[in-house]
Design a protein around this ligand. Sequence first.
Ligand SMILES: [Zn+2]
Length: 303
Amino acid sequence: MQTVDIPSFEYTSKNDGPRLLITGGVHGNEHGCVHAVEKLKTYLDDGTIALKQGTLSVIPLINKRAYEEKQRFIDRDLNRNMHYYDDIKHHEDPISNTICPHLEKADILLDLHAYEGGDIPFVSLGPDKVEEKEFGTMVGPTEICWGFQQSFADQANASHGIGMTEYARQFDAIAITVECGYKFDDIATRDVGFDVILNTLQYFGYADTLDIERTKYPYNDNPPTPKWIKYNRAYLKQKDGTPVRVLKHLDKITEGEELYKYDDGEIITAPYDGFAVMPRKEPKVGETILYAGLVDEPLKDAN
Ligand SMILES: [Zn+2]
């Protein structure tokens, strides 16, 4: 099977412990996230961060060519349809082949991203692990979205909803995505990412990071409302069209409201009162226009 060379760095403590994988640059235009993971590597190499347990695997930049071209991807979104590809058709296929084994080995995954159409860093969780919910709740951002994979359930290609975290969860990992900000190149995105990394190392006992200098974010000074949003339903762009109005992440949508107008006249309307999750300004055909989110908390009974 065809693979590619993706620089990955492994740090192992004398003390046993789980394997933590931290990744950036799955999407090539999210440079701040790459810089956050590179900063972690620098701090591990110069001893500023000393590993106390387990194995820490660090992959700062997964899609190098997309990064160099400042594109989300070259041929297809690497954070969708994650599996092995025997028949290589796209630039991203051998990258998936290289990354899948890393995801299979990980006990814990922190995958850093940035997004367009909003200004609130947020965490993205799966629906059914108490440990994952606890991890996501303490990692930094107070806004939490969950159930990404399940929002694609009624699509023709349900594997569209399987990205880095969803693939790792199939192998029992505790896996979260953190969307660190909205300006892909922005220094604030890098600093949110680095803060989240330090919080992760502290929370799981990998390193003492409380004294490491960082930009403190007022994640909790002004808690957003609502805190918990279920992705609930994804809308993939089927053909050419334009948004009816410019939406931002977590803008309210109202049942029946026209959201997106295809050039042939077909209109996507809001299926219920809810919230726009990660609306895209100019998605390509096959990409997500938005998710119609609902206020809902995962694992309510587990609290
Ligand atoms: Zn991304």
